[in-house]
Design a binder for this molecule. Structure first.
Ligand SMILES: NC(=O)c1ccc[n+]([C@@H]2O[C@H](COP(=O)([O-])OP(=O)(O)OC[C@H]3O[C@@H](n4cnc5c(N)ncnc54)[C@H](OP(=O)(O)O)[C@@H]3O)[C@@H](O)[C@H]2O)c1
Length: 296
């Protein structure tokens, strides 16, 4: 453990895959860290690295002003917090457990009634990167609460505050899951397609990595166009792109591989064409998905 001026005592409740790396990162960053888990035996490694084991849930909940939760789901959060509800006054509860926006809002209101403050968090980068700058954590709830837990939260990775509504972090979590899976399933299709032609998967990864900055570079401009509800065909019209995806479907089918991924994209483009966006660009699909219209 390294000494630091802004060391912030933290208790971590739940030492599963996420909770243990969170506790490990806090310890490594020099924050006195108390740990507790429902089933015994999961704290041993962390205690070996300087964590303070709490003998009981009550001891854990009262050990520090910041209480971090990483348990299975919202029901488990309630199961952990309810027995120690009276101990939450004046404490910050940071809940990294995944859940739905309304569950986050309910937990925030429940915590406030006990005199505590609540911050909802979403761990966006799995467990391996936790404690490093490439790990992204999203938070929502009161800004003051976010700031007060700042030193501890920044030890986990990049801490991005999204707003006062406690439900915002989990809404972003679920939206980003869609982005990640859209990207990865597109990549897996490319691995299967090119693999059928003898290209090794690592080579596919290399060329895709080279290509991604182009796609990433489109995000801000397409977002601007979506806001303005315009969709110039800078990257091709929907008509042209639909024909290109037809080739992707046909080539995939010809090689005997699944067409699930391009079929989904083709179906969306078809809806765009039917809505009259054949001469518009890709950002017109935002309106097609959202059920709003673009102007031309
Ligand atoms: N792992 C990841 O990469 C990752 C990334 C982002 C978000 N998350 C989210 O983080 C949360 C934890 O995930 P995980 O991967 O750490 O899960 P995990 O390894 O399965 O651990 C689950 C933890 O929840 C505890 N738990 C379950 N039910 C409980 C209850 N009723 N009362 C008290 N404790 C209870 C378990 O305690 P026992 O040991 O006693 O069973 C264990 O500590 C989930 O909501 C997950 O979606 C995980």
């Amino acid at each position: 453990m390294t000494e630091r001026e802004d060391a912030q005592p933290v208790a971590v409740l739940g030492l599963g895959a996420l909770g243990s790396v969170v506790a490990g990162a806090l310890l490594k960053a020099g924050h006195p860290t108390t740990v507790w888990n429902r089933s015994p035996g999961r704290a041993a490694d962390l205690v070996g690295h300087g964590a303070i084991p709490a003998a009981t849930l009550a001891e854990a909940a009262t050990a520090s002003p910041v209480v971090v939760l990483a348990v299975a789901d919202a029901d488990a959060v309630r199961a952990v917090l309810e027995p120690v509800a009276d101990a939450l006054a004046g404490r910050v509860v940071v809940n990294l457990t995944s859940g739905r926006p309304e569950q986050a809002r309910d937990l925030a209101a429940w915590t406030a009634r006990r005199g505590g403050t609540y911050l909802d968090g979403a761990a966006m980068s799995g467990t391996r990167a936790v404690g490093r700058p490439e790990a992204l954590f999203l938070y929502s709830g009161s800004r003051e609460t976010f700031d007060s837990a700042g030193p501890a939260l920044r030890s986990l990775g990049r801490a991005r505050y999204l707003g006062a509504d406690p439900g915002t972090a989990s809404l972003h979590d679920t939206a980003l899951l869609g982005v990640n899976l859209g990207l990865l399933t597109g990549f897996y299709h490319a691995v299967a397609l090119l693999g059928g032609a003898g290209v090794p998967a690592p080579d596919v990864a290399e060329v895709v990595t080279d290509y991604l900055p182009f796609a990433q570079g489109l995000l801000a401009e397409h977002a601007r166009q979506a806001e303005l509800r315009t969709a110039p065909p800078d990257e091709g019209t929907l008509e042209v792109l639909a024909a290109a995806v037809d080739h992707l479907v046909a080539t995939s089918a010809g090689l005997g591989i699944g067409t699930d991924v391009p079929d989904g994209i083709r179906a969306l483009l078809e809806r765009g064409l039917r809505a009259g966006h054949g001469r518009d660009g890709l950002p017109s699909l935002v309106g097609v998905i959202a059920g709003t219209e673009v102007t031309r």
